[in-house]
Design a protein around this ligand. Structure first.
Ligand code: TXA
Ligand code: MG
Length: 347
C-alpha cells in the first residue's frame, strides 16, 4: 500500500532502521523531522552530531497517540490535557514534567520534556509501526532553514542520512506551536500555525511571549542564521526604492513580496508569496531557499501584516533577518526558553 509517495515496505525498513539505532528523516505536517529511537541515547546523540546541534538543546519526542504519554510525561496538567484533546494529532508541542526514564540527552538535562503527536499519514504510520517514541528535531543542520520537502533534507545531508521518507510538501510549513504547561501557567514558547486565540478558546489563561519572572542567564554562544544571504525586512512602500539602490549599482537583489513587482529588472529575483498567511507560511522556507540560491547581495522581505494569523510567519522572518546576530545563553535552558521562546533562533 502506498501512503502518498511512501511505500509500506519503506515504512518497514525505516522502522528497522530506528530499531537498529539509525536516523530516519520523516515528514510531518509542519516540517521534516530527523528521527531516532528516543529510548536509545546513542541513537539520539547521532541526531546532535548530524545536525551539529549543541547538546544542551532539548529535542521533541514524537508519538503516534497519547496512549503512550505516560512513558514520557509524569504529569499532565489539566491545561495540557485540554490542549492535547483539542489539537492532537496536530502541529502542537506540549512541554510537561518528564517521566523518570526519559534520557537527559532528550531533555538537555531538564526536568521537562517536549512531546508531540504529529498529524501526517507517513509520520503516523512510521510511529505506529515503530511502537515507541521518536526524538526528532527539524531535519536541517543547526541554524539552517527547516526542510519542508524531502529534497531539502537530501540536499543538506546527502548520503549521511540513508532513510528519507518522502511525504511530499509539508502542509503547514512552519514548526509546531510550543506551549509550556509547567511552572506558573501555560505559555506559548514558539508561535506556530495554531493561533493564540485558538489556544485561548481551549485554555483562556494561556500567556505568550517572554516570561517576565524568568531570570536571563548570560552565556557565550555565537549563532549564525541561515539563509546565508542577509535578510532585511522592508516596509512595503519602500520596497522598490530599497531594491533600486542595489540594482542601480548592478547588484543582485532577491525579494520576497506579497505582490508582483512594479516593473521588470534584470538584477532582481522576485517571489510573490501572496497575501494569505497559510499559503505564505507553507512556502516560506522553500522560498527563502530559492532566494538564497539567487546569489544576491541581499534578500528583501516585504514587511508582513500585523495580526495573529501572521505571528508565526513574522517570528520566523524576524529570526532569519537576525543574520550575524549574537545571542547568549547558558545551561539553564528553562530560563532561556522562557525568555526568548525557544532557543532564540532556528534549530
Ligand atoms: O514542528 C516541529 O516542532 C518540528 C517537527 C519535526 O516536529 N520539530 C522541531 O524541532 O521544530 P526543533 O528541535 O527544531 O525545535 C524544537 C524546539 C527547540 O526550540 C527546543 O529548544 C524546544 O523545542 N524544546 C524541546 N524540548 C524542550 C523542553 N523540554 N522545554 C522547552 N523547550 C523545549
Ligand atoms: Mg529546528
Amino acid at each position: 500500500m502506498a501512503i502518498g509517495r511512501v511505500l509500506q515496505e519503506e515504512i518497514q525498513e525505516a522502522v528497522e532502521a530506528l530499531r537498529a539505532g539509525e536516523l530516519v528523516a520523516f515528514p510531518t505536517e509542519t516540517v521534516y523531522g530527523l528521527g531516532a529511537n528516543a529510548n536509545n541515547p546513542d541513537a539520539v546523540r547521532k541526531i546532535f552530531r548530524a545536525k551539529n546541534r549543541p547538546t544542551t538543546h532539548p529535542v521533541i519526542v514524537h508519538i503516534d497517540h497519547p496512549r503512550y504519554l505516560q512513558r514520557w510525561v509524569r504529569e499532565m496538567s489539566p491545561e495540557a490535557k485540554k490542549l492535547a484533546d483539542a489539537f492532537w494529532p496536530g502541529p502542537l508541542t506540549l512541554v510537561a514534567k518528564r517521566a523518570p526514564a526519559v534520557n537527559d540527552v532528550i531533555t538537555g538535562g531538564q526536568d521537562t520534556v517536549a512531546i508531540r503527536v504529529p498529524n501526517h499519514p507517513v509520520a503516523q504510520q512510521l510511529l505506529n509501526a515503530f511502537g515507541g517514541g521518536s526524538a526528532a528535531p527539524s531535519a536541517n543542520r543547526y541554524g539552517q532553514l527547516s526542510p519542508t520537502r524531502a529534497e531539502h533534507v537530501r540536499e543538506e545531508f546527502g548520503d549521511e542520512i540513508k532513510f528519507v521518507l518522502d511525504g511530499g510538501d509539508c502542509k503547514v510549513g512552519l514548526e509546531s506551536t510550543i506551549v509550556s504547561c509547567i511552572g506558573d501557567g501555560p505559555r506559548v514558547l514558539r508561535p506556530g500555525s495554531i493561533t493564540l486565540s485558538q489556544l485561548r478558546a481551549v485554555v483562556p489563561t494561556i500567556q505568550s511571549g517572554p516570561n517576565p519572572n524568568a531570570p536571563r542567564v548570560p552565556g557565550t554562544t555565537t549563532r549564525h542564521y541561515s539563509p546565508v544571504t542577509p535578510v532585511n525586512v522592508v516596509p512595503s512602500r519602500r520596497l522598490e526604492q530599497v531594491m533600486n539602490e542595489f540594482t542601480d549599482n548592478h547588484e543582485k537583489v532577491a525579494v520576497l513580496a506579497q505582490r508582483p513587482p512594479g516593473r521588470a529588472n534584470p538584477y532582481m529575483t522576485w517571489i510573490n508569496a501572496g497575501i494569505r498567511p497559510d499559503a505564505y507560511a507553507r512556502q516560506l522556507y522553500a522560498n527563502l531557499r530559492t532566494l538564497d540560491k539567487a546569489a544576491a547581495k541581499v534578500i528583501l522581505v516585504e514587511e508582513l501584516p500585523l495580526g495573529e494569523k501572521w505571528d508565526a510567519v513574522r517570528d520566523r522572518v524576524k529570526r532569519a533577518a537576525t543574520a550575524e546576530n549574537i545571542v547568549t545563553y547558558d545551561q539553564d535552558i528553562a530560563a532561556w526558553v522562557a525568555d526568548y521562546g525557544e532557543e532564540g533562533g532556528p534549530s
